[in-house]
Design a protein around this ligand. Structure first.
Ligand SMILES: [Zn+2]
Length: 233
């Protein structure tokens, strides 16, 4: 055996990995050669001093990363075995890639769909034709606020110029007070005032409502000659 081939085999010789024949040849050469003998001794010393160094634990992160690499390599090796495992491996990789891509946008997308559904449900009632609401009778008012209005009244018996009053209507639809907006001089006439007040005290109003609940409200009402009553809610 030449020196060159012995030097190439020293590491394997130290690790006890040489076949029996080679091992004996190397051992014989090392025992006699003046170049290779000291080289072998040097290698042995280096190896034992390396072994004597304190062992440092590998960082947990590195361990995990190595395990991932190893498991991937194992899968890749398994995939190379036959066509079926190759197809399965490719499909699994694609599914994993797709999953990783979709996960960050899954929550925002879900929130967006929910918001769209809620908005759609809230807007649907305003898309329906207006005449439908008119045809429904006895419907519970769902508006935020409705104003008071006059239901029925007896026309007062007087002949003057126009008189405009603002009435306070309580929750039961009765007038509780009023202020004169126009025709104050006529209201000073006792017979005119009595006639109007009598008519208003007997009149029935639809009270104002908030969320369907009756409440106090105001009605503007104007009296004109010839028994004509004009109401502005
Ligand atoms: Zn030699």
């Amino acid at each position: 055996m030449t020196c060159e081939s012995v030097v190439q085999r020293i590491a394997e010789f130290l690790d006890d990995r040489l076949p029996m024949g080679d091992r004996r040849a190397v051992a014989d050469h090392l025992g006699t050669c003046r170049t290779c003998g000291p080289h072998y001794a040097e290698m042995q010393r280096l190896r034992s001093s390396l072994r004597a160094l304190p062992k440092r634990p590998a960082p947990a992160q590195l361990k995990a990363a190595l395990r991932v690499v190893a498991s991937r390599e194992l899968k890749r090796a398994a995939a190379r075995r036959d066509v079926r495992s190759f197809v399965r491996y490719t499909l699994e990789s694609l599914a994993l890639t797709f999953d990783n891509l979709m996960r960050p946008i899954a929550l925002p997308a879900f929130g967006g769909i929910c918001a769209a559904i809620i908005l759609f449900c809230a807007l649907v009632p305003s898309f329906t034709p207006g005449r439908l609401h008119i045809q429904i009778t006895g419907d519970v008012p769902t508006q935020l606020y409705t104003t008071a209005s006059l239901m029925e009244a007896e026309a007062p018996d007087f002949t003057t110029d126009e008189i405009v009053l603002e009435l306070d209507i309580n929750g039961s639809g009765r007038m509780v007070d009023y202020t004169v907006e126009k025709g104050a001089n006529w209201m000073r006439d006792a017979s005119v005032r009595r006639s109007i007040e009598y008519s208003l005290l007997l009149a029935r109003f639809t009270p104002a409502t908030t969320f369907g609940q009756p409440m106090n409200g105001k009605v503007r009402i104007s009296f004109r000659p010839r028994y004509y009553i004009d109401v502005k809610g």
